[in-house]
Write a protein that binds this ligand. Structure first.
Ligand code: SF4
Ligand code: SF4
Length: 358
C-alpha cells in the first residue's frame, strides 16, 4: 500500500543531521516502502541521487528545501526531485534520467556531465553549467532548461543533449551565456534567447528551423508549468528572438592546433589565472619511458598463443616479437598497460617500478 509522504526535518534543537545520517535514513525508509519524501534540508549533500539503486519498481519523489551540493547527482529514471527555492553547486551532476526542478537559482556546474533526464531551473545557473553534457543514443536525450541565464564557461566540451536558455529578465546583459561559453563543444544543441557574445569558435549560431520551433513550443509548455510560470509562455515563444548554437561541423573544423597553442590562444586570453600567475605555456609530456615508468610490462611465455593482439595494440609500437617470443623496447614503452589489458591469456604483468623514497 502507498505510504504517506515522509517528512524529514534535519535541524532539531539546533542539532543538524549529517549528510550521512540523512542518506542512511532515506535508504532505510525506501526499504520500508516509502517513496515520497519531504525533506527540510540543512545543506546536506547528494539528496535524491544516492538512493537510485533501491528504486527498482516505484517512482521516488523528493521535495526538498535548502539542499546542499549535488542535489540529484547521478539520479536515475523514475526519480523526481523538486527543490523549493535555490540550490548550490552541482545540481543534477551526471543526471542519468531523473526529472529535477529547481524553483530558484542554481550554483555553479548545474547539469554538469548530465547524460539523461530533465533539469528545469526557474532562475539563473552559475559558471560551467551544462559543461560536458552528453547523449548516449541508447537513452533519451538529456534536457536542461534555464529561465534566465548561465554563468561564464558554460557548455564547455558539450558532447550531446539539449539546453534551452530563455534569457528572461536578462534584457540588459551583454551575454546570457556569460563569457567564453561553448569552448570545445562537439555535440548537442543550445537554444538561446537574448544577447550572446564572446562565443568560442567551436560553434556556429543558426536560425531556428521548423523542428526546432516544434521542440521549443512543446517543451516550453512543460517547462513553464513545472516552474509555475506558465504566464510567460507567450513572451517566450516569439521564436524570431531565439537562436540555435551548434558545433561547427567536423568537415569545417579541420584546423588542428597544439595543446600549447590552445592554452595560450584559445582557452582564456593569457591563460587560466593569467592575471595572477606567470605561466610559460610550455606543455610537458607526462608519460615517461625507460626507468621513469611507473609500471614496466613483463612477458611470460606460458599460455601465449602468438595472437599478436598485444603487438598490434601497443600505442608506442614498443612490443618486439621474434619467433613467438615477445619483449618490449624500454626506450619506447610508457608503461601504459595496454598489452596487459588486451592479452587474452594474461601473459603480460605490470611490474611496479616506483622507487621507495626514504
Ligand atoms: S605497457 Fe604500453 S607502451 Fe609498454 S609495451 Fe605495453 S602497450 Fe606498449
Ligand atoms: S596478446 Fe598475449 S597471447 Fe597474444 S601474442 Fe601477446 S602475449 Fe601472446
Amino acid at each position: 500500500m502507498q505510504k504517506e509522504p515522509l517528512k524529514i526535518k534535519t535541524l532539531k534543537d539546533n542539532n543538524r543531521m549529517s549528510t550521512q545520517d540523512l542518506l542512511q535514513l532515506i535508504t532505510d525508509k525506501i526499504k520500508e516502502g516509502y517513496t515520497d519524501f519531504e525533506i527540510e534540508g540543512c545543506g546536506q549533500h547528494n539528496i535524491g541521487g544516492s538512493a537510485w539503486a533501491l528504486n527498482k519498481d516505484n517512482k521516488l519523489i523528493f521535495k526538498i528545501s535548502n539542499p546542499g551540493q549535488r542535489v540529484g547527482a547521478m539520479a536515475l529514471p523514475k526519480t523526481e526531485i523538486i527543490v523549493e527555492g535555490s540550490a548550490p553547486a552541482d545540481v543534477g551532476w551526471l543526471n542519468s534520467g531523473a526529472e529535477i526542478t529547481i524553483k530558484g537559482d542554481c550554483g555553479d556546474t548545474a547539469a554538469h556531465c548530465a547524460a539523461g533526464g530533465k533539469i528545469y531551473v526557474a532562475g539563473r545557473v552559475g559558471t560551467r553549467s551544462g559543461a560536458l553534457m552528453k547523449h548516449d543514443p541508447k537513452f533519451e536525450i538529456p534536457e536542461f532548461w534555464v529561465l534566465k541565464n548561465t554563468g561564464s564557461f558554460s557548455f564547455e566540451f558539450m558532447g550531446g543533449g539539449i539546453a534551452v536558455v530563455c534569457g528572461y529578465d536578462c534584457e540588459n546583459m551583454n551575454s546570457v551565456l556569460g563569457h567564453r561559453s561553448c569552448v570545445g563543444m562537439v555535440g548537442g544543441i543550445i537554444y538561446v534567447r537574448g544577447n550572446i557574445e564572446a562565443m568560442s569558435d567551436s560553434v556556429e549560431i543558426k536560425q531556428l528551423e521548423k523542428d526546432d520551433i516544434e521542440f521549443l513550443e512543446k517543451g516550453m509548455n512543460i517547462f513553464l508549468k513545472k516552474i509555475e510560470k506558465i504566464d510567460l509562455f507567450d513572451s517566450l515563444t516569439i521564436f524570431s528572438e531565439w537562436k540555435k548554437i551548434v558545433p561547427v561541423a567536423n568537415t569545417e573544423n579541420k584546423y588542428k592546433i597544439s595543446v600549447s597553442e590552445f592554452r595560450k590562444n584559445k582557452w582564456i586570453d593569457g591563460g587560466i589565472f593569467g592575471d595572477f600567475i606567470h605561466d610559460d605555456f610550455e606543455v610537458y609530456s607526462i608519460p615517461s619511458t625507460d626507468n621513469g615508468r611507473v609500471h614496466i610490462p613483463v612477458w611470460h611465455q606460458e599460455n601465449c598463443i602468438d595472437c599478436k593482439i598485444c603487438f598490434n595494440n601497443c600505442p608506442q609500437n614498443a612490443i618486439i616479437q621474434n619467433n613467438k617470443l615477445y619483449s618490449h623496447d624500454s626506450k619506447k614503452c610508457i608503461g601504459c598497460g595496454i598489452c596487459f589489458a588486451v592479452c587474452p591469456k594474461n601473459c603480460w604483468i605490470m611490474k611496479d617500478n616506483r622507487q621507495e623514497v626514504s
